[in-house]
Design a protein around this ligand. Structure first.
Ligand code: ZN
Ligand code: ZN
Length: 439
């Protein structure tokens, strides 16, 4: 896989992956003691949960013991959440004599590991147990603070170990989630390019190309994923790590996250506020990708109409919409509304400026959609081929709520995504008709 370190790029940035090394392949876990020693670790705080201790934690402890490295272990409950209590539980048992944190796990254990290592000011290593999400190389930790989901700035592990023999023991749904988080990149990359046109946001073709290539390798190997073909497992793990690296290269989340992630974000927020069902991140992103692709399909047939767009914006009742948003996503809406009061994306003058660029460059925008995003029916058959859900009901959501979910994604962050393009074009009805359609 293509990784770049501290290289000056044509885009003007110096790209840095954010981590030193990635050891991937069959038996990669056997490098763990060597890596600990290389990082100067003499006493290791080993963080697992009740599941990952069996999958890899005990093995790692033995490998370290064999190398003469003392270990203080902390096994978190399997139900541990990525919140203050989870981090406190892990920090509470930290032995200050430890000079390295080593986590064996995936999402939650890795996020908690990042926080413990950060607060202790020591190096951090992760041995992955599931290729289920792209947070391995991410320099932030996904946490729930005060009932809200936030990204805390935390360094990713210096060394990422992805042993395909361990990763292959992950349950089907985690493998499906990992591929789902990769398929999401079709939309992320397209929207990065579209935003570059509409808002002038920074874009790097080299970073986009690296993600595109990793995604293509995942899709090419997808049929072997559930039968644990090592090439398929390796492709997904490497793709997820590269996606995290790509965000570090770009200094923003664009290369790995767009509209499809915002669908997932709204489902997470509603889950926290109202206890509605929440599926694995990557599985939600997969379904979000399908519905984003379906609306993008519709845009390929659109000839934008300036007057229609201006009329729709004049008719938009911001206060009424915010009331709906509050009722739909719960207390998290307050931060979204506050952000909009700063950003002013619904401001008619700003809208008109964006609309004029969209109209001038509509052909280019359609070309990007065609180049980057497969048609929805192709995405649907790809998802079906790996046993991923292809309907909102498949992840416990109601189809009738998709239009409001879609609208709410406009306010997740000040980031130009599909739902904002639809609003700018005055095409909410067209998008809603697509979202509500059975197939
Ligand atoms: Zn670049
Ligand atoms: Zn993701």
């Amino acid at each position: 896989m293509q990784l770049f370190h501290s290289e000056k790029c044509a885009c003007g940035k110096i790209h840095d992956a954010g981590f030193d090394r990635m050891n991937v392949g069959s038996g990669a876990v056997n490098t763990v003691a060597r890596e600990v020693i290389r990082l100067g670790g003499t006493r290791v705080y080993l963080l697992c949960d009740e599941n990952t201790v069996k999958v890899g934690g005990e093995r790692v402890a033995k490998l370290l013991a064999a190398a003469g490295i003392p270990v203080k272990s902390c096994v978190l409950p399997a139900s541990v959440e990525p919140d203050e209590a989870g981090v406190l539980a892990a920090k509470g048992r930290f032995d200050p004599a430890c000079d390295l944190v080593l986590a064996v796990g995936s999402g939650v254990v890795n996020d908690i590991g990042k926080c413990v290592a950060f607060d202790a000011g020591v190096p951090y290593v992760v041995v992955a147990t599931a290729p289920s999400m792209d947070g391995y190389a991410s320099n932030s930790a996904a946490m729930v603070v005060g009932g809200l989901k936030v990204s805390l700035p935390r360094r990713c592990a210096s060394v990422l170990i992805g042993d395909t023999d361990l990763l292959a023991s992950a349950p089907d749904e985690m493998l499906i989630a990992g591929l789902g988080d990769m398929i999401a990149k079709y939309v992320s990359i397209a929207e990065w390019r579209i935003s570059h046109i509409v808002t002038g946001e920074y874009y790097c073709e080299r970073v986009a190309a690296a993600v595109r290539e990793a995604l293509a390798t995942c899709v090419k190997n997808a049929k072997g994923l559930l039968s644990r073909d090592p090439a398929a497992i390796e492709a997904v793990f490497e793709g997820l790590v590269l996606s995290g690296a790509a965000m570090n290269y770009a200094g923003l989340s664009r290369p790995a996250s767009g509209m499809e992630h915002y669908f997932s974000h709204i489902w997470d927020m509603r889950g926290l506020a109202f206890g509605t069902p929440v599926a694995l991140h990557g599985i939600q992103c997969a379904v979000g990708t399908l519905y984003a692709a379906s609306v993008y399909d519709a845009l390929l047939k659109v000839n934008p109409d300036k007057d229609k767009a201006l009329r729709a914006v004049r008719a938009f009742d911001r206060d009424e919409y915010f009331r709906e948003l509050r009722a739909f996503v719960g207390p998290g809406a307050d931060a979204m509304i506050e952000a909009e009061n700063r950003d002013g994306k619904y401001d008619p003058a700003k809208h008109e400026a964006r609309l004029s660029v969209i109209l001038d460059r509509w052909n280019e925008i359609q070309t990007i959609i065609r180049e980057e995003i497969p048609r929805a029916k192709e995405i649907r058959s790809l998802l079906a081929s790996i046993g991923a859900p292809t309907t909102p009901e498949g992840i416990g959501q109601k189809r009738s709520e998709l239009p409001l979910t879609f609208a709410a994604t406009r306010d997740v962050r000040d980031k130009y995504v599909l739902s904002r393009l639809i609003w700018d074009l005055g095409l909410t009805d067209l998008a809603n008709a697509r979202l509500l359609r059975e197939n």
